[in-house]
Design a protein around this ligand. Structure first.
Ligand code: ADP
Length: 277
């Protein structure tokens, strides 16, 4: 079974995050083998991105969500870091600015959506508006409840316009999160990542579980699927995400565009110029 099939959430699936193994590793592969395969995958991803850029016909949007310390930053660095920055744009969504908050909740996300030929990566996304916003009652229930449908319609619009949408929920368990917080304290170069919110949000663990489950059930659609990626092991997480993105991009049937010039004529002119020198 491919990893796309294994980790994909089918529409209306109820994912039980409390009992989902976050320690998964690829079958029959140790870490060294997976890392070797991962290196090959990132080279393949570079080629595929290059083709998407050259073809200039369609785009890819990758949405990353997860609890604090789930590894969104690390995924971007390791899986998408090797891509050509010319055709790749990362957008990190924070607490909405005054301007953003004065528009509808999808406005800032639509603005950041990748244009033709580009790979767009969302570090957090419009899903914050049914996650943190729901958990902290930032808007009335009727308003956030209506957002699932708005989100599905928005993503269908992107898909109909030539954007392939892949959404990854990085799944870590409670112990792993605490361990990562500890490392942030112990390693001076990680201290900057610590925020008060890390610990206060942890108290809302079960509320987030509920909010994530509803997101997965209501917003995983054929045209914009969710994947729940077991992420306690960073190397397994990177391997899984790179595999799924590569498999999806391979399936797009992309091709380099035909040359816009007469190649025989160009070669003839080249030989003439060469002989004249
Ligand atoms: P990160 O944790 O992504 O590295 P920050 O520490 O700056 O970066 O956290 C960004 C914060 O912005 C998160 O707490 C997130 O929940 C919050 N946020 C993002 N989008 C929204 C939103 N639409 N409404 C409220 N808070 C949001």
């Amino acid at each position: 079974m491919s990893l796309s099939t294994k980790f994909r959430v089918r529409p209306e699936d109820k994912v039980d995050l409390d009992h989902l193994d976050a320690d998964w590793k690829p079958k029959g592969m140790d870490r060294a083998e997976a890392e070797e395969k991962f290196a090959q995958l990132t080279t393949r991803l570079q080629d595929l991105q290059h083709m998407m850029y050259a073809e200039d016909k369609r785009s890819l949007l990758v949405v990353l969500q997860g609890r604090d310390a789930a590894g969104k930053d690390g995924t971007i660095r390791h899986v998408f870091g090797p891509m050509n920055p010319q055709g790749c744009k990362v957008t990190s969504f924070k607490v909405p600015s005054k301007l953003e908050a004065s528009h509808d909740f999808l406005w800032r996300c639509h603005l950041a959506a990748p244009r033709r030929g580009q790979v767009g990566i969302f570090n957090r996304s419009h899903y914050e508006d049914v996650l943190v916003v729901r958990v902290h009652d930032l808007v009335p229930e009727a308003r956030w409840k209506a957002r699932y449908e708005h989100i599905n319609n928005f993503e269908r619009l992107l898909a109909d316009s030539g954007t392939t949408v892949l959404k990854f929920m990085l799944h870590i368990d409670r112990d792993e999160q605490l361990e990562r917080f500890r490392k942030r304290i112990d390693k001076p170069h990680k201290n900057w990542k610590i925020s008060d919110a890390d610990y206060s949000e942890r108290r809302y663990w079960d509320d987030y579980t509920k909010a994530f489950s509803d997101v997965l059930r209501r917003c995983s659609r054929d045209e914009a699927p969710w994947f729940v990626i077991p992420s306690n092991r960073k190397w397994a997480r990177n391997f899984a995400i790179a595999s799924i993105v590569a498999e999806t991009m391979e399936g797009l049937g992309m091709a380099f565009p035909e040359p816009t010039v007469d190649m025989d004529e160009i070669k003839r002119m080249y030989h003439e110029a060469e002989n004249a020198e």
